[in-house]
Design a protein around this ligand. Structure first.
Ligand code: UN1
Length: 507
């Protein structure tokens, strides 16, 4: 099969030329999934211009009709679900079951927002004066520039694209280079659903060109809203840039997501939850578990069961039934290695025979596939991490979970908040009082009770605080506030000038 070439698509036209890179299969690095022709900063600006040109006419399409386009996207995603999931697994290495779930998440997002086309409610509001009526309307923001990561190469983009388009915006979407083929496949489904040319534009570009293009586009007034999912470091730069233009971007950044296991927890449930949220997607979700904070009275037992579960986990070829597959791509493996350099001299690792890359010289029982061919890493469980340890405070974005202990719940909450992220947090307990004390005290935007830190449903507000984001929320009705702006209308039919506050009617 020839290797497909993917390019940017601006105003419905492919943009060829430019620097070429490849997207490879992280389970078999020799396998090229796609050749990617990268656009320049000008490509990004051109895409924003095309979006600007197409946006007004798209906003004039009645919202219920835009909802029908979203319905068509959802149908196309469902019809092509298996092929899309297989491509995601091949390109970024998440287990097929997770990739299928990811594709389902797009369909769920479409199912939610197609109905929003018939709502997109404004309000009628009483006036303080007679013969006067007040209204609110939601207006599209205009052009949305969406920059996404590749760990959820199709679901997370859909959280932006679907509501942004439904609300009458035009979009420029810049996916991760290492997930270019999955992005291209999703773009094709959107394009076939009947979007007019220019309403959705795809820019395949590297970070530097994207940033330069975004800066120019903002300077030229071509972008009204930026949505970014990725690292805290890059998110801060995007936030700074947008701030110069008085714009508040939607930022979904990293997490160091804690799980508190109290003395009232079901330990089996907690172990299962910590296994999935710590190691699913090889720990490369923004919602992945970072640290288990376990009550000292159940610590020894939790550690015993967790280490046992981890040591029996099947890892490897993501097309098989495995807990996790490879790292997303070489750059992520490289970044993760620096944490392992710290781990090696400092810690005893539980549940694993080695630390680092699983190769033919460092095999693992319960590995499926060929370990030498891909970016596979041993699971790392570190007992006794302390707040001043790097792995306690920083997102590692790899299959690494720390464990620490607490005595009073307040102390657990303090430990959970200490890294300054605030995306997702979990508590395992059967005591409702502990649940509510935790919920109130934790800084996270999302809290799970007796469930994993990862695996949010597509219609609840998704997002974080502190180092995890700027408080913006995606998903469900809440994201409408990212992609629309409220307009207040007051309509006086009294036939005279009524002055607010001065002519206010009294009894
Ligand atoms: C992400 O890693 O950026 O809640 C998003 C979850 C997924 C989304 C993760 N539904 O784990």
């Amino acid at each position: 099969m020839p290797t497909p070439t993917v390019t940017s698509v601006v105003a419905g036209q492919p943009v060829s030329g430019g620097r070429t890179t490849t997207s490879t299969n992280p389970s078999r690095l020799a396998e090229v999934v796609a050749t990617v022709e990268l656009g320049s900063s000008d490509t990004f600006v051109d895409a924003c211009r095309a979006a600007r040109a197409a946006q007004r006419a798209w906003a004039d399409v009645p919202a219920p009709v835009r909802g029908q386009v979203v319905a068509a996207i959802g149908r196309l995603v469902e019809e092509n679900a298996e092929a899309l999931a297989q491509l995601v697994t091949r390109e970024i290495g998440k287990p097929l079951a997770e990739a299928r779930g990811e594709v389902q998440e797009i369909a769920d997002t479409c199912a939610f927002f197609l109905g929003e086309g018939r709502r997109l409610y404004g309000q009628t509001v009483p006036s303080e004066m007679p013969d006067k009526q007040l209204f609110t309307f939601r207006n599209p923001v205009g052009v949305a520039a969406i920059i996404t990561a590749g760990n959820f190469p199709v679901a997370v983009p859909s959280w932006y694209l679907v509501p942004a388009l439904l609300c009458g915006n035009a979009v420029v979407w810049k996916p991760a280079e290492y997930a270019a083929a999955s992005a291209n496949a999703l773009y094709e489904l959107f394009a076939h659903a009947g979007l007019p040319a220019g309403v959705l534009n795809l820019v395949q570009a590297d970070g530097a060109n994207t940033f330069a293009g975004l800066e120019t586009a903002l300077t030229q007034g071509l972008v009204d809203k930026v949505g970014f999912t990725g690292s805290t470091e890059v998110g801060a730069k995007i936030g700074e840039l947008c701030g110069r233009f008085l714009q508040a971007p939607c930022l979904e950044l990293g997490g160091k997501n804690p799980m508190v296991v109290t003395e009232n927890a079901s330990l089996d449930l907690a172990v299962e939850g910590a296994l999935f949220s710590g190691f699913g997607t090889a720990g490369q979700r923004c919602t992945s578990l970072g640290t288990v904070i376990v009550h000292e009275s159940v610590h020894a037992e939790f550690v015993r069961r967790y280490a046992d579960a981890v040591s029996h986990a099947v890892i490897g070829d993501p097309t098989q039934d495995v807990l996790y597959g490879p790292m997303l791509d070489e750059r992520f493996a490289h970044r993760y290695e620096k944490f392992l350099d710290w781990v090696r001299p400092h810690h005893t690792v539980l549940g694993s025979s080695a630390v680092g890359r699983i190769g033919t010289d460092a095999p693992r029982e319960g590995f499926v596939g060929d370990p030498g061919e891909g970016l596979f890493y041993h699971p790392v469980v570190l007992d006794g991490v302390r707040p001043d340890d790097e792995v306690f405070g920083e997102e590692t974005f790899g299959p690494l979970v720390g464990i620490t202990t607490y005595t009073q719940l307040d102390e657990a909450i303090e430990l959970a908040n200490a890294p300054g992220y605030g995306l997702s947090a979990a508590i395992y307990t059967t005591d409702p009082q502990e649940v509510f004390t935790f919920r109130r005290g934790i800084g996270a935007g999302m809290v799970s009770v007796n469930n994993s830190t990862s695996g949010a449903e597509a219609h609840l507000p998704f997002g974080g605080n502190g180092r995890s984001g700027n408080g913006s929320r995606q998903s469900g009705q809440w994201v409408l506030d990212q992609f629309t702006r409220w307009q207040a209308v007051n309509w006086d039919y009294s036939g005279r000038l009524q002055k607010a506050q001065m002519d206010t009617a009294t009894l």
